[in-house]
Design a protein around this ligand. Structure first.
Ligand SMILES: Cc1cc2nc3c(=O)[nH]c(=O)nc-3n(C[C@H](O)[C@H](O)[C@H](O)COP(=O)(O)OP(=O)(O)OC[C@H]3O[C@@H](n4cnc5c(N)ncnc54)[C@H](O)[C@@H]3O)c2cc1C
Length: 455
């Protein structure tokens, strides 16, 4: 095996094939929950070099890696020391940005925030946004079909993608970068790769939709007393504001407590961060929001760009604050909005029966039916203890309650290593069998992300 690394180094150079201490930064995911040991880290500089690397490294297992911010252990090597991490980070060129075609064509390793800035410089918006945007990459976003805070208006990464370039497991290049809005030439292969978490091929470039940047954005932070009131507000917002409604984020009282004195209105059972964006002026948006919120409890409406950014920065700071506060047991679930209140009413007492004093830290993209349903330990218990002693039972309780209401145990974070067994357990045999067939078709030697997502 070492001779394989030696021969890769002599073929591609030591800068392109990292080992030992140089490989360390790639062996640890953002949260440090899935560390591993790689045989080496391959760092191609172009799609053509990646093709050559895939061929030259046959039959070693390959783990595609973007920004390494994934939350399910899909982008790091296992403990065997026998897998090659393939970092796409150096494929980081913007190839084309076109104001008339309203699209950006860029390589997979481009950091999401860099692409957002490139679009903004042209008065356009790439409407994909999430707290990890300073590190996550376009390829990772598409491989996980990332969601984030603007799905309500613009959809997931899948809805924004107009084309892909791929390097497949046999080293061939599949090019579908025409970027046409309408193109019905046969089967749409692209959609198989979006959300496939690196199982079927490497995404090396993509064309993404852009939209005209909104001229006005206004946000409001509202405190509400019940989930029923939250859902009523969402309905009213959708009916009164139509497509201007571009964000509807939820936070429970435990999450608001993490924000401490920075909380813009007094803590309530639920807080909602609403965003409106439009190409009309901000005053009209503010008036529409004020009218919507008149019957609600405590609320602030942003009066300036700085205030708008402050509210969103607070919302985006939640994952880091949770980590600093000791961490929790994470679940990324989705439910039909019509079942949300019933789900919460059933799951909270069931969890308290298992671990009295448990502190659910619930937040997320409620407008999309997506909750980050995280469980912090009771006072005096560490998260390590909670996970070891109760982790399995608590997660079972959450997932069974989600399934009972017709929801999904994985909304936007994917399956990776963390949720592989849950996928096998919860999907019907026919769906799983077709997924395995598709995997075998594109990767018959099972080289790409083996043991992730599907067993
Ligand atoms: C603070 C924080 C907030 C987050 N918020 C959100 C959120 O709001 N919404 C959301 O959806 N996610 C969120 N995430 C999760 C994560 O940021 C996303 O899943 C992101 O899309 C991953 O991108 P990445 O480049 O870091 O991919 P990585 O973590 O490197 O990889 C993720 C998966 O994709 C595969 N992969 C990566 N690049 C490629 C490629 N070029 N070709 C083929 N396969 C590839 C990997 O093998 C792995 O299975 C958050 C994460 C953090 C840390």
């Amino acid at each position: 095996v070492n001779s394989a690394v030696d021969s890769l180094r002599s073929l591609f150079g030591t800068e392109q094939v990292l080992t030992a201490a140089d490989a360390l930064p790639f062996e640890r995911d953002w949260r440090g929950q899935f560390p591993g040991r790689a045989l080496a880290v391959l760092r191609p500089r172009s799609s053509a070099e990646l093709q050559a690397m895939v061929r030259a490294s046959h039959p070693l297992p390959l783990i595609p890696q973007g920004g390494n911010t994934g939350l399910v252990g899909g982008s790091t090597a296992d403990a065997s020391g026998g897998e090659l991490i393939v970092s796409l980070a150096r494929l980081n060129r913007v190839r084309r940005l076109d104001r008339l075609d309203l699209q950006i064509s860029a390589e997979a390793g481009c950091v999401l925030a860099t692409l957002q800035q490139a679009a903004a410089a042209e008065g356009l918006l790439l409407p994909l946004s999430m707290a990890s945007e300073g590190s996550c990459t376009l390829g990772g976003n598409l491989a996980t079909n990332a969601g984030g805070t603007q799905v309500l208006r613009w959809g997931n990464a899948r809805e924004l993608c107009l084309g892909l370039e791929l390097v497949l497991a046999d080293g061939s290049l599949l090019n579908d970068l025409d970027g046409l809005r309408k193109d019905h030439r046969g089967l749409n292969l692209r959609d198989l790769f979006i959300g496939s978490e690196g199982l079927l091929g490497f995404i090396t470039a993509a064309v993404m939709k852009l939209v005209p940047a909104p001229r006005a954005r206004v946000a409001a932070w509202v405190g509400l007393g019940s989930m029923e009131a939250v859902i009523e507000l969402l309905l009213a917002a959708r009916e009164q504001l139509g497509e201007q409604l571009s964000g509807f984020e939820l936070m429970n009282a435990e999450v608001q407590a993490l924000l401490g004195s920075e909380l813009p209105v007094p803590a309530a059972t639920w807080a909602v961060l609403l965003e409106l964006s439009s190409s009309v002026d901000a005053a009209a948006l503010g008036d529409a929001l004020a009218k919507l919120l008149a019957p609600s409890g405590d609320a602030v409406i942003t009066q300036s760009q700085a205030q708008f950014e402050r509210l969103w920065a607070l919302r985006e700071s939640i994952p880091e604050r949770q980590t600093r506060a000791g961490g929790n047991l994470k679940h990324d679930i989705s439910l039909p909005l019509s079942r949300m209140a019933d789900f919460l009413a059933a799951v909270e007492p069931a969890l308290q029966r298992l671990v009295p004093g448990l502190r659910p830290q619930v937040f997320g993209h409620l407008g999309d039916g997506n909750l980050h349903f995280n469980l912090a330990p009771p006072a005096g218990m560490s998260v390590v203890q909670l996970r070891a002693q109760w982790g399995e039972a608590l997660t079972r309780c959450v997932f069974d309650s989600v399934a009972a209401q017709g929801g999904s145990f994985s909304a936007e974070h994917g399956i990776g290593r963390l949720r592989r067994d849950e996928l096998a357990r919860s999907l019907d045999a026919e769906r799983l069998a077709w997924m395995r067939r598709v995997k075998r078709l594109f990767d018959p030697a099972n080289r790409l992300n083996p043991g992730r997502v599907l067993d």
